[in-house]
Ligand binder design. Structure first.
Ligand code: SF4
Ligand code: SF4
Length: 245
């Protein structure tokens, strides 16, 4: 029998999640205005990946068990090497999106990868870089770009193994057809496992592309990042003063 090398990532401690959410609110009036006009393109095409230990953190915030949380909100992506990555349930709408109010029902403790979008990551020469995704309309507004770039130092200090980034990068910049994904769910368990091959079958062509510059911040870390609490002196929740786009 062939041994499968499956990575199990160490959980990020809960106080690091708490600190992140306290320091970076994830939106302000400027970003809200752009997202309202966009109509939530990322909600319909992108996959919401959870960081190691994030399901435990979110379940605790909701006062439910991790088992219940997984059943209600999560699926699993099985990478080619057998590594399992937890993602928000694959389907037309995120399980946390309230369809009537259009409000995210976990907004105070939402997955960090959701919260920081349009910040995305790349790896070159074993270095992780965080950049602004030009696919998102927020990338076209300087005031919004500045706001999200302010999250990059916080992200750089999260103790995320580079192997986790490598796996997520293999699908994170792709767009998927959620209708087809919903169809493919038939016959699967409520807490379903999707292989990468299945997932890649449901790719959509690029929906829209915007010609703008990207901004990168290189990290020099190989393997595990050092665990460091973010600076408590920075108030990233404050609104950007520039109000015109
Ligand atoms: S984050 Fe970007 S893609 Fe998502 S709703 Fe806002 S503008 Fe649209
Ligand atoms: S968790 Fe919230 S922010 Fe993230 S996709 Fe779902 S509704 Fe949107």
């Amino acid at each position: 029998m062939i041994e499968v090398f499956r990575l199990i990532f160490p959980e990020i401690p809960m106080d690091i999640y708490e600190n992140f959410h306290r320091t970076f609110s994830g939106g302000n009036q400027n970003t809200f205005n752009v997202c309202s006009k966009c109509g939530g393109a990322c909600e319909h095409n992108k996959i919401g990946t959870l960081l190691p230990g994030e399901k435990e953190y979110m379940a605790k915030k909701m006062g439910i068990s991790v088992s219940e949380f997984k059943l209600k909100y999560l699926d699993i992506l099985k990478m080619d090497d057998g590594t399992l990555i937890h993602v928000l349930k694959l389907g037309e709408l995120c399980p946390f999106l309230n369809e009537e109010t259009e409000v995210c029902e976990c907004r105070d403790f939402k997955p960090i990868i959701c919260k920081i979008y349009p910040v995305v990551f790349t790896i070159e020469s074993d270095k992780v870089s965080f950049i602004i995704d030009k696919w998102c309309q927020l990338s076209r507004k300087k005031v919004c770009r500045n706001y999200f770039e302010s999250a990059i130092p916080l992200l750089s200090h999260l103790p995320i193994p580079i192997e986790w980034f490598r796996h997520v990068i293999s699908y994170d910049d792709l767009n998927f057809d959620y209708d087809q994904l919903r169809e493919s769910r038939k016959g699967k368990n409520q807490y379903a496992v999707f292989t990468m091959r299945e997932l890649l079958n449901f790719q959509k062509d690029e929906v829209t592309s915007y010609e703008i510059e990207t901004y990168g911040v290189k990290t020099n870390k190989l393997g595990m990042y050092d665990i460091k609490a973010a600076s408590s002196g920075i108030d990233l929740c404050q609104e950007i003063e520039e109000t015109t786009f």
